[in-house]
Ligand binder design. Structure first.
Ligand code: FES
Length: 195
């Protein structure tokens, strides 16, 4: 890893990237079958072309692996298995090393994510003001649990512990936009804002 990657590892946080416990499974895709390919919703050659152009942007510099993964995540909202395989081959980096980096940062996802990311704050201040009820309402509306993505890949639901705006709690964050003083009856109108 170059200086930049070392910096990332040591700080463990840059541009929203947070360290993530290494997956103990030999392959994070184990048990996923061809699920990743199914949800790509584009031909494999298109993916190869897109990944190829991202690699070109970085002149296939393996020292810039984290940046390459960030660009792929920005493009697909997650890191498709096929993309990681292609990166490994093109950069000449062992697949295990690519997985190791991809699983280190919480901001990287190996599972398909929705177009819209919903975060419900469950920190103490939000909790005492009814965050759990808000979360349950969202779960009911979308028929998913935290960590899951709706079948139409529209929403991914996540929880977070305090985002530093306790006075506004309970807080729901959609695509980085904060909605404070949430109430259960505000959930549906909020979700209707998103295509
Ligand atoms: S507990 Fe929710 S913002 Fe602090």
């Amino acid at each position: 890893m170059n200086t930049r990657d070392n910096k990332l590892s040591k700080k463990g946080s840059l541009k929203g990237l947070r360290p993530f416990r290494l997956n103990s499974s030999p392959s994070p895709f184990q048990g996923e079958g061809d699920k990743g390919g199914e949800v790509l919703r584009q031909p494999l050659n298109q993916l190869e072309g897109k990944i190829g152009s991202i690699l070109d942007n970085y002149q296939s510099d393996k020292n810039l692996l984290v940046s390459i993964l960030q660009d792929i995540q920005a493009e697909y909202n997650y890191l498709p298995r096929e993309a990681l395989t292609q990166i490994s081959q093109d950069l000449g980096v062992p697949l295990s090393q690519v997985y190791s980096v991809a699983t280190f940062f919480k901001a990287f996802s190996l599972k398909p994510r929705g177009r819209h990311i919903i975060n419900v704050c469950l920190g103490t201040a939000c909790h005492v003001r009814g965050a759990t009820r808000i979360l349950e309402t969202i779960e009911r509306e979308l028929s998913i649990k935290p960590g899951d993505t709706t079948k139409d890949l529209k929403y991914t639901l996540e929880t977070v512990n305090c985002v530093g705006a306790c006075a506004l709690g309970p807080i729901v964050i959609v695509d980085g936009k904060y909605s404070g003083q949430m109430k259960a009856d505000k959930v549906k109108p909020l979700l209707e804002n998103y295509d």
